[in-house]
Structures are given as structure tokens and as C-alpha cells.
Ligand binder design. Structure first.
Ligand code: EPU
Length: 419
């Protein structure tokens, strides 16, 4: 078993480079199934979710060549099966994108229910509703999803809730459908725009991604022969911004799109942090105890749920009492029990948590309960006095490339050891 040992407190200082976005990469990879050709994808984060996505594509018949740890050539001319390996697809959430992509490419798919972080119920009814409106028949039985479509035909789809996954999945299924699909009440996250940009580079006709109405004019085929670079990871950038504030540090966060970070920037200024925005990099520093603040997580451009635990660390150290309302996931406060072991005073009930700020956190053994909780515990360990041991690293490795190396480079005393 691996664990991280962190000795603090250390103010994080220096420069950090942001990788490509996990949640864009895990959608762009299955999107290559729609191409009858070869393409190159770079700025891929070197994380386990990307590696598993590639393994699934290979099992379906794609040929992948790793040019560097962050760049692949992928040849999807010869897709040999419509059965995705159940053991691999159950390992992470984004395996559901195989459904939209394979319905588009082959009109058929058999895949296991997706896995991923345990954040409460994670239904896929909106995905299925979209596929069925496009003309597919989808059944879910004994943990297996079967989809079949003789022909997909464009139509108007109104999403009952704003869903990142359903928006992208329906977009994938609609790209090669006959006629025009309109997705209304679509999600607007940067990775939705990125997947649309990727598909358009390969010959798709998608308009309006990034707004709440996306129009997809079906095309006959997508060509390869193009190179695409994955958008910088907004959540990784936000993680380091909040790490700078929590540790009273000073970080220049490079290779990001600062417009994607507006909701985080606004909160950091509200709690007394400092920001210099250079468009593709951002400096964040804080030399005092942060002020209290209230947060409500919302779909983009609201405050992202994927930064809620990292913000929770900051507010656990703030001057005064703060409230976080989690509006996306039922169960995203499991990390607060771990922070309480470190001296935080947090009371979480349902989708609300009250943070009575304490002046200091103290090192303790803690368990990451999901990906972003793990990142939050690393920040907490760096800000805390004494030694923190973080367990369950497999969650963190799913979404952050070389996280301990990045923290070490900016001053953290952190090492990974195998027990
Ligand atoms: N929902 C439904 N029905 C559906 C789909 C979603 O009721 O068919 C509900 C969910 O239960 C949730 C809300 O709608 O309450 C939003 O879910 P969404 O579909 O937007 O989430 P997702 O696509 O499953 C992605 C990210 C998550 C991130 C959310 C919200 C990927 C692979 N995952 O999940 O990322 O929290 O959007 O922004 O893109 C993470 O990276 O740590 C992570 C959990």
C-alpha cells in the first residue's frame, strides 16, 4: 500500500505547470471512435483514467502509439468489437462516453455500468433519454448497458437537469446522425467546448458549445489526419490556487486559461487573497489568515463542485464561520471527517457543511475518500503543523499527474512511500 507523508507547515512558493484537463481527455479519447482514420492528441494528462481509457479503446480495436507520456497517435480505422470490457469500464466514470461514441460509429454497444468516485447517486437517465430520442434502444440489466440503433436521426433534446456527461454523450451520438440535433439546457463547462472543438477539427459541425443551446448538424464522416491539444485543466489550476491561499504561499500557475477560473478568483479575492491575472497564467498569494465566506457549488460558470473540498481546507482555516452548500453531489463532504481528525471544526449534514475556522491544523493519518478529497488532504497536510499521512492514493492518481512531484517543486515536504 502506498501513502504520502507530508511534513508542514510550508508556504508553497514558485511556479507550477498545469496539465491537460482530465475531464476533457476522458471524453476526447472515446470521441476518436467516431473517426475512421488516425489522429494525434497531445497535452494528455499522464493519469490512470487516461491510461484505462486507452486500454478500453485498444480492446475495441484501436491502435495506439505513445509518442511521449503526454501525446498519442490513435488509429481507429479498424474497430473490431462492440463489446467494451466490463472490468475496465467499471473502473471510472467516463467510460459512459463509449456508449455515445459507439452508437454513432457502429450503432451498437455493450458496456458495464460506469464506476468512479462515490459521491452519492450518479444516474445516467439523461444520457439514455438523449440516445432514445435520437432513435436508439437502450436497456440496462444486471449492471450491463446495451444500446442499439438502426439509424440515429437528429432531434430536439431538452435536458431535465444540467449534466456534463449527458451533454457530451449526446453530442457524441449526434455527430454522425442524420439531420440536426439541438441540445437545450446543455452544460457549459470548458471541457464541453473542448470536446466540440476536437470533433469540429476532425470534420464535425457543432455550434454553440459553451452556451446552453448546442446545435449539431450531422455529417457523413469524420476524417483523421489532425493533431489536437487538450485544454488546460481548470480544476488542477484551481487546486493550486487554493493551495497557495491555504498555505499562505505565493504561486505562479502557468499554462491555464484564467477566464475558466473566474469563480475561484472572485472567491479568493473575497477571502483576502491576492491575484495577478496574465490570461494564460495566474499569480495567487496570501499573507494573512483568510476571511470566512459562503460558497454554493453550481454548474459552470458557478463555483465548481470539483474544487469544493480544496476550498473546504481554506475555509477550515479562515477567520470566522463559513457555510458551503453542495448543490451537485449528495455525498461530497466525506473529507470533512478527515479534516476534523486534523483539528478542523466542521459539521456536515446532507448537502451543507458549517466550517468554524480554526487558526491551525495538525498532522494526522487521513484517508482520501475520492479524487478531489485526496487533493484537499494534500493541501491540508502542507498547511498543517506536524506530519500527515495520506492513504488511498489510487483516487488521487486517477486525476492528478505526478502530484507529489509538483508539490515538492514548490516547497512541500512530501514523499510517497510503499508500506
Ligand atoms: N445527473 C442525473 N442524471 C443524469 C446525469 C446526471 O440526475 O443522467 C445528476 C447527477 O446525479 C448530479 C448532476 O446531475 O447531481 C450533475 O452530474 P453530471 O452529469 O454533470 O456529472 P458527471 O458528468 O457524472 C462530471 C465530472 C465530475 C464533476 C461533474 C460536475 C467527468 C468524468 N466527471 O461528472 O468530475 O463533478 O461533472 O461538474 O467529467 C471529478 O473530476 O472529480 C469529478 C467527479
Amino acid at each position: 500500500m502506498e501513502k504520502l507523508i507530508i511534513t508542514g507547515p510550508t508556504p508553497l512558493k514558485g511556479e507550477v505547470n498545469i496539465n491537460g484537463a482530465k475531464n476533457a481527455a476522458v471524453a476526447i479519447l472515446p470521441a476518436t471512435l467516431l473517426i475512421n482514420g488516425v489522429c494525434t492528441i497531445n497535452n494528455l494528462p499522464n493519469i490512470s483514467d487516461v491510461k484505462i481509457s486507452c486500454e478500453i479503446l485498444e480492446k475495441l480495436g484501436a491502435k495506439i502509439t505513445w509518442v511521449t507520456p503526454n501525446e498519442i497517435n490513435i488509429d481507429t480505422r479498424n474497430i473490431t468489437t462492440t463489446k467494451a470490457p466490463l472490468d475496465l469500464t467499471s473502473k471510472f466514470r467516463a467510460s459512459y462516453y463509449i456508449i455515445g461514441a459507439m452508437l454513432g460509429r457502429k450503432g451498437e454497444i455493450e458496456v458495464g455500468m460506469p464506476g468512479g468516485c462515490k459521491l452519492g447517486a450518479r444516474p445516467i437517465d439523461q444520457h439514455i433519454k438523449g440516445f432514445e430520442l435520437l432513435g436508439a434502444n437502450v436497456t440496462v440489466e444486471k449492471g450491463t448497458i446495451n444500446g442499439k440503433a438502426k439509424k440515429l436521426v437528429g432531434t430536439n433534446i431538452y435536458m431535465d437537469i444540467v449534466s456534463v456527461g449527458a451533454t457530451i454523450n449526446i453530442m457524441l451520438a449526434a455527430v454522425l446522425a442524420e439531420g440536426t440535433t439541438i441540445i437545450d439546457n446543455a452544460a457549459k463547462e470548458p471541457h464541453i467546448v473542448d470536446v466540440a472543438n476536437f470533433l469540429n477539427t476532425m470534420g464535425a459541425d457543432i455550434r454553440g458549445a459553451g452556451t446552453d443551446v448546442i446545435k449539431i448538424n450531422g455529417v457523413k464522416e469524420l476524417h483523421g489526419n489532425s493533431t489536437y491539444s487538450v485544454v488546460p485543466d481548470q480544476i488542477e489550476a484551481g487546486t493550486f490556487m487554493l493551495a497557495a491561499v491555504a498555505t499562505k504561499g505565493d504561486l505562479l500557475i502557468k499554462n491555464c486559461i484564467t477566464k475558466h477560473l473566474d469563480s475561484i478568483t472572485a472567491k479568493i479575492l473575497e477571502i483576502g487573497g491576492n491575484i495577478e491575472d496574465y490570461g494564460d497564467s495566474i499569480r495567487v498569494w496570501c499573507n494573512k489568515r483568510p476571511n470566512k465566506a459562503n460558497i454554493k457549488t453550481l454548474p459552470h460558470p458557478g463555483f465548481p463542485t470539483d474544487l469544493q473540498p480544496q476550498m473546504g481546507v481554506v475555509l477550515s482555516l479562515a477567520d470566522g464561520t463559513s457555510i458551503i452548500n453542495e448543490s451537485i453531489w449528495e455525498s461530497r463532504f466525506q473529507y470533512t471527517e478527515e479534516l476534523n481528525k486534523m483539528g478542523a471544526k466542521i459539521t456536515a449534514q446532507g448537502k451543507t457543511a458549517i466550517f468554524e475556522g480554526v487558526p491551525k491544523l495538525y498532522g494526522a493519518p487521513v484517508y482520501s475518500t475520492d479524487l478531489r478529497a485526496g487533493a484537499a488532504l494534500i493541501i491540508a497536510g502542507t498547511a498543517a503543523h506536524g506530519t500527515t499521512e495520506v492513504y488511498n492514493l489510487e483516487h488521487i492518481d486517477r486525476g492528478y499527474e505526478h502530484i507529489e512531484e509538483k508539490f515538492r517543486k514548490i516547497g512541500a515536504k512530501i514523499e510517497r512511500v510503499t508500506e
